[in-house]
Design a protein around this ligand. Structure first.
Ligand SMILES: [Zn+2]
Length: 384
């Protein structure tokens, strides 16, 4: 228990190294959560291991009352890939840099938060960690199930910080206050196969698909707004795969992705695509099938008391208020936003998912200072 007379000291760097040395490539845990759970127990947290399917997860809480501040993150990492000079799981420090898979995304941030919590006097409220092993995978047996479990137990979180590596060049230079949504679409145009010499007896799906691709790609979805860039639509593939020179193919396919801001919902975009498709199908006489898969809707934590508190705290440590951003890919914040205000604040992520993933050791210390100051400020004057 981190009381004033018996302060536990946690070395954030050593803890980050211990976590990196567990090769927890999704869905493996490889003992990473055991290390974290043992440290948190030592600090007085009540811990729960919550395996769902083949994924292990951890929820740990210190204190019982409100307000309840939660730190969310993941111990799983993406596969190593090729081209490393460093050993990806040795967690070596060289020239002031900590190398390893997960150094940036995001074992060091978890270690920094634990060290910050250890430094902070027992909260007038609760501090918790919601750590999943399924963020880099399909994210079915991680945060979504953890949040359901919390709800079933009647646990209420008031505010959440996700420790994703969302900064640009130094810890705290950027605060993610929302994210764009993402949907993938597949189009299949079915015509009638035939001889190129008798096109009137065939129905060529290629010009039809080309027309549809042109219409969709040319459309401006919106102009963006105060917090978001304009939504984008990008085609990722166009497939016919016809090796014959004398055959009109029967089918042509394409795929595209839409990254969208909070002016749209997945439903509104799916309806828009379906409308275009119906029109082109009617004009052409071809059948066009559409399938879509939504990775997440857009969300925004509207700037207010909580974002101000985080911003002021970061400025107090780094000398500069963070830039509020909504760019980049999706994260588990897309699920947490349904239960409480959530922002993302972590290390710079330039090397995440790359070979020789690394972070400066000094940045881990800086992030620990930021998290510690945040806990102190939060419980001194909760932004409720
Ligand atoms: Zn991550």
């Amino acid at each position: 228990m981190p009381t004033s007379d018996n302060k536990a000291e946690i070395d954030a760097l050593a803890l980050a190294q211990a976590l990196i040395r567990r090769p927890s490539v999704t869905p493996q845990d490889a003992g990473a959560l055991d290390i974290l759970e043992a440290v948190l127990k030592e600090l007085g947290f009540t811990t729960h291991r919550l395996p769902f399917g083949d994924i292990d997860n951890l929820y740990a809480r210190l204190g019982e009352g409100a307000p309840h501040f939660c730190f969310a993150g993941h111990t799983d990492v993406v596969p190593v890939g090729e081209g490393w000079n460093a050993d990806p799981f040795a967690a070596e420090v060289k020239d002031g840099m900590l190398y390893g898979r997960g150094a940036a995304d995001m074992k060091s941030a978890i270690a920094a938060f634990v060290a910050a919590a250890a430094r902070t006097p027992a909260p007038k409220g609760s501090v918790s960690l919601l750590i999943t092993g399924d963020e880099e995978g399909i994210a079915i047996n991680g945060t979504v199930k953890l949040l359901e479990w919390l709800k079933a137990r009647g646990e209420k979180i008031d505010h959440c910080v996700v420790g994703e590596p969302t900064s640009v060049s130094r810890a705290g230079d950027t605060l993610k206050i929302g994210r764009r949504g993402s949907i993938n679409f597949r189009l299949t145009v079915s015509g009638v196969q035939g001889h190129v010499g008798y096109p009137q007896k065939a129905k060529n799906p290629i010009p039809v698909l080309a027309e549809l691709v042109t219409q969709l790609a040319a459309h401006k979805l919106d102009k963006g707004n105060d917090h978001f860039d304009p939504s984008t639509l990008a085609f990722t593939t166009l497939d016919v795969g016809n090796p014959a020179t004398n055959v009109i193919p029967g089918e042509a396919r394409a795929g595209f992705n839409i990254r969208f801001n909070d002016k749209h919902t997945p439903e509104s975009l799916i309806n828009w695509v379906n409308d275009r498709v119906t029109q082109v199908a009617r004009q052409s006489g071809c059948t066009i099938a559409v399938t879509s898969q939504t990775s997440g809707a857009a969300f925004l934590t509207a700037p207010g008391k909580f974002t101000q508190l985080v911003s002021d705290t970061v400025a107090g440590i780094t000398g500069q208020a963070p830039f509020f951003s909504t760019s980049g890919g999706t994260s588990d914040a897309r699920f947490i936003k349904d239960i409480c205000p959530v922002v993302e604040l972590g290390l710079a992520g330039a090397t995440m998912h790359k070979a020789d993933e690394c972070v400066p050791v000094s940045e881990i210390a800086a992030l620990t200072d930021i998290y510690a100051a945040l806990l102190k400020a939060y419980f001194a004057k909760p932004p409720l």
